[in-house]
Design a protein around this ligand. Structure first.
Ligand code: ADP
Ligand code: GLC
Length: 485
């Protein structure tokens, strides 16, 4: 029996701000329980729903380094054991993340507490699988502070990059203060870039927690093949291409899967009419009408309806959407937006909604339930991201027979096959250059087929729904990785 511990800052159904939570919440469930014991460790955020908090039990509490409290709570749910690192000082508040300065300390604490707790709770993993910068110090602690303890000998680590843009970067002085890691890790080629200007005082050098994870872990994975390649280039690496190139024999791209139980149009309790590949045409129309009504748009299934479900950040290509909005609103279409994030983009969509109230419905907020109704009710989903490590919204959209229109980059490139009119293949639309006119051209192409060639349009939807983006394939790749370590 191989034992694996996931350490992460988000996990469905407890706390979610993006796809990281979907992955951490679904991947552990797909392994054969007779072969793997996979458990998950998360911060005990105050914002976790009472429904879950009330079922947790305290398994241990102690003073880490004789100064700071660590409580460990436990909850079994759907066959998975979850542990929660409890410390009110760090994890109270209405949301999982605050400002970066504060978060550095909170997640340095979390990473050290994960390791400190293990000998006390009776679980010794063979592998610790870390996700993003919030748990990236675990391999660093393991190879330094915890190295001498026999309990930890032989524990292997995987560092998965879900988004290289966020690294937990600050100056050495502060990171050293919050992590209490030894001096030697704050050197060039370790947590510090080899290109650091070393004539500056050391405490002013820049250090990256994610870089630490990449340097000290046994394996590095990321969430699609294309992104694994892209992040080895300066354009996409956010300053980490040196270490990724150097370790590329230990770097693997493993595309994300979807939880096919949660994302299933045939059983989805959030949508007006459930459907499958046999009856999707009529039923999706019913879902579209229900969605239009819900959002105050004119209920008319004959109108081409676009959707965006996204964090509203620079990553997501919303500057391209901004540039085409007036042009788009001259055509016969609706656009439904569900998102929250950067106030600049929130206000941009509010502005367009008030300018074109009959065409645009912008819901600035977060709603899991509404997101399901959008996936089931819109004709096409826009995902024009500037970069996209994997992307789950296009996978959900394929599953729901919504045609994705994507920038062919990262995971979007690996999962959406662009429509080819010559041999009538493809599951969506793709544009290669990051330009608003290319996006507009693809939307026009999609709209043309929707209005003038329903058979071809429905064919794209059908092929999209026939794809298998469950965890089946990628689970096998992770399995081989775990077994080979
Ligand atoms: P990222 O992790 O970069 O945000 P992904 O495409 O991997 O992008 O995952 C986004 C996930 O978050 C999807 O499950 C999507 O449905 C969900 N999501 C994003 N914004 C919202 C929102 N405002 N309301 C509900 N769900 C959202
Ligand atoms: C990140 C990426 C997204 C990916 C998700 C889960 O948030 O931005 O592309 O799908 O993590 O891996």
């Amino acid at each position: 029996m191989r034992k694996v511990l996931f350490a992460a800052s988000e996990c469905v159904p407890f706390v979610k701000t993006g796809g990281l939570a979907d992955v951490v919440g679904s991947l552990p469930k797909v392994f054969d329980k007779s072969e793997f014991d996979i458990r998950v460790m998360l911060p005990m955020y105050e914002c976790i729903k009472d429904q879950y908090k009330s079922q947790m039990q305290t398994v241990y509490y102690f003073q880490m380094d004789n100064i700071v409290y660590v409580g460990v709570m436990k909850l079994e749910l759907d066959g998975i054991t979850y542990y929660f690192i409890d410390n009110k000082q760090y994890f109270s508040g209405s949301k999982p993340y605050f400002d970066l300065f504060t978060d550095l300390e909170r997640f340095a604490y979390f990473s050290k507490a994960v390791l400190s707790a293990l000998p006390l709770i009776g679980f010794r993993p063979d592998i610790i699988h870390c996700h993003d910068w919030q748990s990236a110090l675990i391999p660093v602690y393991l190879n330094t502070v915890f190295q001498g303890d026999p309990f930890f000998q032989g524990i292997r680590t995987i560092m998965t990059i879900h988004n290289i843009r966020f690294q937990g970067t600050w100056n050495v002085g502060h990171l050293q203060y919050v992590s209490r890691l030894p001096h030697e890790v704050f050197e060039p080629t370790k947590l510090v870039s080899p290109f650091q200007d070393t004539s500056l005082p050391k405490s002013d050098w820049t250090a990256s927690m994610l870089r630490g994870g990449l340097v000290y872990s046994d394996w590095i994975t990321t969430v699609s093949n294309s992104y694994a390649y892209e992040i080895q280039t300066p354009q996409f690496s956010d300053g980490l291409d040196d270490i990724l190139l150097c370790r590329n024999q230990r770097l693997k791209g493993i595309v994300n899967g979807l939880d096919y139980q949660i994302w299933n149009p045939e059983t989805d309790a959030n949508i007006a009419e459930t459907y499958n590949i046999e009856n999707f045409i009529a039923k999706r129309n019913a879902n579209k009408i229900a969605l239009q009504k819900e959002l105050g748009l004119n209920p008319d299934p004959s109108v081409f309806t676009l959707g965006i479900v996204s964090r509203l950040t620079d990553q997501k290509g919303l500057d391209l959407v901004d540039q085409i909005m007036d042009q788009l609103c001259e055509t016969r279409m609706n656009l439904v937006v569900l998102g929250t994030g950067d106030p600049h983009y929130e206000n941009m969509f509010r502005h367009y909604q008030s300018k074109y109230p009959n065409k645009i419905a912008a819901i600035i907020g977060y709603s899991e339930e509404l997101s399901h109704r959008i996936y089931a009710g819109v004709d096409a989903l826009l995902v024009p991201s500037a970069f996209e490590p994997c992307g789950l919204t296009q996978l959900i959209s394929l599953r729901y027979g919504t045609v994705p229109i994507v920038h062919e980059i990262g995971g979007l490139k690996d999962t959406v096959q662009p429509f080819n009119q010559y041999d009538n293949t493809g599951t969506g639309f793709g544009f290669k250059g990051y330009h608003s006119q290319e996006l507009m051209d693809r939307i026009n192409h999609a709209m043309y087929l929707f209005y003038n060639d329903k058979a071809t349009w429905n064919g794209i939807q059908k092929r999209a729904m026939e794809q298998d983006w469950s965890w089946k394939n990628s689970c096998e790749v992770y399995r081989q990785l775990y077994l080979g370590m």
